[in-house]
Design a binder for this molecule. Structure first.
Ligand SMILES: Cc1cc2nc3c(=O)[nH]c(=O)nc-3n(C[C@H](O)[C@H](O)[C@H](O)COP(=O)(O)O)c2cc1C
Length: 311
């Protein structure tokens, strides 16, 4: 079957994209992930200047969930520019989504301007990380007016399609989605990690993570992530990158039926190994072939259609 999908005018060879924050910060690592079957690559969040992460241990995983407080360490834009330019030269067919982050709104604007010069296929804005609150305050995506104002400012400094990454840690994700789309967002990514959460080592009664608290991801958040994407699809006309605990072909198809055009593969790299992209895509294709589906476009938002027809 033809596995390609179009997202905001960019052609992806398949709908599975690397989630931000996983697997390295260099062109050669991204290229390797693409060669292992990723339809697209999202960079980890890039800061304007060097940013220190949290102390170790920063992550704990089990069969059900991951909790991380990596704190987004990064070398800053100058280093990232070199890697982005190098990746573009590889021309491997898997588009690059450059994910950016800032502390203050002015930082987001400055980094968007700098990334705009490189003309990546897409820019994703991380307004939703729960792990840098101590330093930078509540994420922009937890407040409609702040999220909308920032989106408007970023749109005014770039002609690269702009995707806003939303937080699940809000009362009304539809309100935030509507606010950023009305402010000019071209696409939405949902979701960033839940939380913060806490894991305690009962033998010492101490938090496991040095940062004490961290964002929750992995299979345990999957139904919650699917519901967020379902709700967003219902209220805005902007294509969605859906993510949160996607570890099998059935999970990815479920996420597309909820409304996602692209599906993020993150924790699956831990649960299914480094060939997760190929494994999950093969499972998707097998399911489609068994169910007479010829293109993934047929299943995007399918559950909405089914529910509408039931009425
Ligand atoms: C270790 C780790 C690092 C992450 N770093 C980033 C990041 O730099 N930028 C970002 O937007 N999201 C980051 N995320 C969030 C993921 O991109 C994703 O939204 C979330 O983990 C849900 O997907 P998953 O359950 O497949 O991991 C990170 C998640 C983890 C577990």
């Amino acid at each position: 079957m033809d596995t390609s999908v179009n997202y905001l005018g960019v052609s992806f060879p398949n709908p599975l994209v690397l989630c931000s924050g996983y697997l390295g910060v260099t062109a050669s690592t991204w290229d390797n992930v693409a060669k292992r079957g990723a339809g697209g690559i999202t960079t980890k969040s890039i800061w304007l200047k060097e940013h220190k992460g949290h102390a170790n241990p920063v992550i704990i995983c089990n069969d059900d969930y991951m909790v991380n407080a990596v704190g987004i360490p990064d070398a800053g834009i100058e280093k990232a520019k070199v890697e982005i330019e190098e990746y573009r030269k590889r021309d491997n067919g898997s588009p690059l989504i450059v994910n950016i982050i800032g502390g203050k709104a002015d930082d987001f604007v400055a980094i968007t301007e700098a990334i705009n010069e490189l003309k990546p296929q897409l820019i994703e804005v991380n307004m939703s990380c729960p792990n840098v609150e101590d330093e930078h305050g509540k994420p922009f995506a937890t407040d409609c007016p702040r999220a909308a104002d920032l989106t408007k400012r970023l749109k005014s400094v770039t002609d690269v399609p702009l995707i806003i990454k939303l937080s699940p840690n809000v009362e009304d994700i539809q309100a935030v989605a509507k606010a950023v789309v009305e402010a000019g967002a071209d696409g939405i990514t949902a979701i960033n990690t839940y939380g913060p959460g806490l894991v305690i080592d009962i033998d010492t009664a101490q938090p496991v993570l040095a940062n004490k608290f961290g964002g929750v991801s992995g299979p345990g958040i999957r139904p919650l992530a699917v519901k967020k994407v379902f709700d967003i699809y219902d209220c805005v006309d902007a294509p969605i990158i859906g993510m949160g605990g996607m570890t099998s072909g059935r999970d990815a198809i479920e996420m597309m039926m909820a409304g996602a055009t692209l599906v993020g593969i993150g924790s699956a790299l831990y649960y299914r190994g480094e060939d997760a992209f190929k494994i999950v895509l093969d499972e998707m294709v097998e399911w489609c072939e068994a169910n007479g589906v010829q293109s993934f476009n047929e299943i995007i938002g399918k559950t909405h259609e089914v529910l509408k027809n039931e009425k």
